[in-house]
Write a protein that binds this ligand. Structure first.
Ligand SMILES: Cc1ncc(COP(=O)(O)O)c(C=O)c1O
Length: 379
């Protein structure tokens, strides 16, 4: 058995990437919104079933665009899970709105609807939901709260391309959905993202904000005879070079997913007995969710054992990190957010999880090495 280092994540390589890149470079259209953007966008709409989709330069930018569309501003509150990525919080803070951090459900790492209910005030304008690992948050109570209080749901679906909850595709359930195509994600183009929308009026405005505040998209479709400055905006559209890689990757979506599920299932089976004997929780997926095999984690009994496990597997050449540091405990979280109730489950989740290497071409031998390394540690 090999002793090569097993890294945590390896970007997928799609067959047509180089051909597509050459096509762009040999053309006269290298900026955004060319044929590969159109093709990638169509593929994203097909995978997600979203009525509208716009490629963006990142998921972070898609979240920022979402914050602009929902007109978040000073005096508004947005409820954000304590256990989430910084981009969710910065999108709110950049608009001058207040982030209200709430706790998570230990079973999934997703926002806890009961904590959301407790945090709602007359100022609450939106709730940000992250589907951790591509496993849907508990959407039924969240949708009910959103409807009862007239609150928008933002889905940070960076991990969940193609995942679903009760047959509804993730990223299309709330008012705004976002995807990431960073090279750590299932499908990537180095850096990239997408915004998913169902509302026609929001889509019309999103196109303008994404293109420096202009109606260039309408001009390109021949709907106006010149384009001009219409609204505030930024430059959130990726170049055709990114779209060329993304299109090649999306064309192999099913292969990528099948390979990732093979690895995910391998961990679930290979670690089941050990987890049961050692009081370790393996990542679980509620029966009404179809997950995306974006990551696989184990939750260890405490932080000391988790940290010792990270060192133990590292000695065997295996990179198994943890993330996220709870946002409410971070420097910016304290500056821009409020935390009405201590987020104790988020803290526990963050200090006890360990993520295992997962990428499409991880071989059976490599996976056996990871499983052996993990199960050989005793405490
Ligand atoms: C849940 C989540 N949201 C957003 C992001 C940011 O994505 P991007 O790098 O595309 O901006 C990440 C990045 O890892 C993430 O994990």
């Amino acid at each position: 058995m090999s002793t090569d280092r097993i890294i945590f994540s390896r970007p997928y390589r799609a067959v047509n990437e180089l051909n597509n890149l050459a096509t762009v470079l040999e053309s006269d259209h290298i900026h955004g919104d060319g044929r590969f953007t159109a093709s990638s966008t169509a593929r994203i709409k097909e995978i997600t079933g979203s009525k509208h989709a716009l490629l963006t330069t990142s998921c972070t930018h898609a979240l920022e665009l979402g914050g602009l569309l929902l007109e978040l501003g000073p005096g508004d509150e947005v409820i954000v899970p304590s256990f989430a990525f910084s981009s969710a919080a910065t999108a709110v803070a950049l608009r001058g709105a207040t982030i209200v951090f709430v706790d998570i459900d230990l079973a999934t790492g997703n926002i806890d609807p009961a904590a959301v209910a407790d945090a709602i005030t007359a100022r609450t304008k939106a709730v940000l939901v992250m589907h951790y690992g591509g496993v849907a948050a508990d959407m039924e109570p969240l949708l009910a709260l959103a409807q009862q209080y007239g609150i928008a749901l933002i889905e940070d679906n960076a991990h969940g391309l193609g995942g679903s909850w009760r047959g509804c595709k993730l990223g299309t359930i709330g008012a705004v959905g976002t995807q990431s195509f960073h090279d750590t994600k299932n499908i990537h183009c180095g850096e990239g993202g997408a915004l998913l929308l169902s509302d026609d009026a929001l889509m019309e405005r999103a196109e303008i904000i994404r293109e420096k505040g202009t109606n260039r998209a309408r001009f390109l479709r021949g709907q106006v005879d010149k384009y001009s400055w219409q609204d505030i905006g930024s430059s959130y559209l990726p170049s055709e070079l990114n779209a060329a890689v993304l299109d090649a990757q999306l064309s192999e979506f099913e292969t990528v997913q099948a390979q990732r599920h093979r690895v995910w299932d391998g961990y679930r089976t290979g670690l089941a007995d050990w987890a049961q004997e050692r009081d370790v929780h393996l990542m679980t997926v509620p029966p009404d969710c179809e997950h995306t095999a974006h990551l696989f984690y184990v939750r260890m009994p405490n932080e000391q054992i988790r940290d010792a496990m990270i060192r133990h597997v590292a000695e065997q050449g295996i990179v198994a990190p943890f993330h996220y540091v709870p946002l409410d405990s971070s420097a910016a979280g304290k500056r821009y957010g409020s935390t009405p109730q201590p987020c104790v489950r988020s803290e526990l989740f963050s200090t006890t999880i360990l993520r295992l290497p997962l990428w499409p071409m991880l071989s059976a031998d490599q996976q056996d090495r990871v499983v052996d390394a993990v199960t050989s540690y005793s405490w």
